[in-house]
Design a protein around this ligand. Sequence first.
Ligand code: HEC
Ligand code: HEC
Ligand code: HEC
Ligand code: HEC
Ligand code: HEC
Ligand code: HEC
Ligand code: HEC
Length: 336
Amino acid sequence: MILSRYLVCLTVVLFVFSQQAIARVEYQDSLSVTRGAELSLYAEDNETNCLVCHGKLIYTLTDTVMGMTRKQLMSGQNLIMPGMFYNSVHWSFSCLDCHSEEFRIFPHSIEARFETSWGCIDCHGYDPNYEQYGFEEIDAEYQKSVHYTATDGLITCWKCHDPHYYTPLARQTQGGREYILRSNEMCLRCHSNANVMGLITDENVDIVLPKHEWLPDVDRHLEAVRCIDCHTRMNDSVLVAHEVMPADSAVRGCADCHSQNSILMGTLYKYAAMESRDEKGFVNGVILRNDSYVIGANRSKLISFAGLLIIGMTLAFALVHTIFRIVIKPREHVHE
Ligand code: HEC
Ligand code: HEC
Ligand code: HEC
Ligand code: HEC
Ligand code: HEC
Ligand code: HEC
Ligand code: HEC
């Protein structure tokens, strides 16, 4: 009887582990593409057509009629770092897959400058190869976000996801500091920079830090959680929720994070949590991998067990003691 129950338990445990192992392999495979300029079919074309100017700080301006040349500085905004480009998910592209042929001509024409860019969904939507990312759902969420509604769609996916350097960070880290920093930089590129913000709105909305001073040790909090952990509506069907809500709906309850069912397990640590539920024997143990100790959200099972053991032993002792008293005392009464 006991043996059969034990076997059932063991089977269930093995099944769960094997499922987790499968899930892990799928995610790793999706990013195992080897990248690099050496492997790109277009590296040479890209270099001669575009990167000869855009890939360097200094490019050469030529006047073919007069046969003169002069060195010019490429502005930082138009500089594309080749190393980072060939390491991004779109490393295998030609520049002209996304940009109009017109850009072959310099100075670039007005038509070229007003080209309409492809959106992520044009290429990735409803493609079973990319199902795990949930592009359609992300697109639907994005269209409900303040960024879309307040700006008439001026903030496209590309404004957060750099067209030349993008890689899906959330799947490549366990939620560490470096990742949080890079994720938050995506937001601060606008929300701490009046010039970039000025390209989109005339309103004075670039300075956000003072609005966060209700958090104790603000800097430390903003290094330990992502902006989107507080500002998006939680969503179980995609890894990264994209519905950025108006500020008055943002998370501000301390217990939302500082508790055992911390929202962080469904946001920041979602990917890590999907991979391992029980790291280091702690409840919400994955948080600790990020050098964070979130008061109230982390609890050691070992310590809890030791606690229970002590309470249990005390109760047992009290029980035995009581029984002895009941058994022994009446006899003493009899003797009196
Ligand atoms: C002779 C150097 C040179 C070459 C070659 C060149 N560009 Fe440019 N490009 C520039 C400079 C300088 C600017 C910034 C000044 C400007 O906008 O004219 C620029 C601007 C741009 C812009 C921004 C336009 C805007 O209005 O913001 C894009 C996009 C661009 N180039 C794409 C390309 C692509 C794609 C190629 C290759 C097919 C290419 N360029 C080839 C020098 C070059
Ligand atoms: C996956 C598509 C894609 C590829 C590949 C691509 N670009 Fe772009 N590029 C874009 C988009 C989209 C924008 C406009 C970004 C925005 O709206 O802010 C852009 C903007 C630019 C700009 C203007 C500055 C900026 O970053 O906004 C330059 C310059 C540029 N691209 C050059 C290149 C060169 C050179 C290559 C090849 C090495 C290249 N692009 C490859 C999609 C791409
Ligand atoms: C012009 C079509 C096109 C556009 C636009 C485009 N992609 Fe891609 N994307 C591709 C192709 C093709 C690949 C596969 C590249 C390869 O590995 O050779 C890819 C690869 C990827 C991958 C890696 C997928 C995997 O599992 O290996 C991600 C993630 C991704 N794109 C996200 C985006 C996002 C986010 C956007 C918009 C910001 C976007 N893409 C826009 C065509 C596109
Ligand atoms: C306001 C900024 C912002 C906009 C706009 C935005 N994203 Fe994102 N997106 C993020 C952040 C932050 C992450 C998390 C960082 C990461 O993992 O790269 C993310 C992650 C992703 C991922 C990776 C999710 C995964 O499962 O690994 C995809 C795919 C994606 N976004 C697609 C899109 C598409 C498609 C659009 C446009 C419809 C879009 N994003 C618009 C900020 C934005
Ligand atoms: C391309 C620039 C840009 C980027 C990148 C960007 N934002 Fe915004 N954000 C804006 C603009 C513009 C508004 C609308 C301001 C207005 O007119 O109210 C806005 C509005 C908001 C609001 C609503 C503010 C309110 O008053 O209700 C929040 C919250 C917000 N952004 C958070 C984020 C987060 C989180 C990220 C990163 C995932 C991000 N933003 C990335 C430009 C940007
Ligand atoms: C711990 C949760 C939390 C985090 C993390 C957080 N915010 Fe906020 N944020 C809030 C709350 C709550 C408000 C509303 C404050 C108010 O109205 O007094 C707010 C306000 C804002 C506003 C509106 C500002 C205005 O002028 O009205 C923007 C924009 C914003 N945050 C962007 C960001 C960005 C960008 C980051 C990441 C660097 C970030 N937030 C990180 C909770 C958070
Ligand atoms: C979005 C989630 C989130 C919210 C909301 C949040 N915290 Fe935190 N808090 C964290 C994380 C993550 C850390 C761990 C920081 C670290 O390890 O560096 C932390 C750390 C702390 C610390 C320790 C900081 C230190 O200097 O040692 C205190 C105290 C704290 N939070 C108090 C609060 C209070 C009070 C509130 C509400 C006003 C609050 N937190 C809201 C996520 C949150």
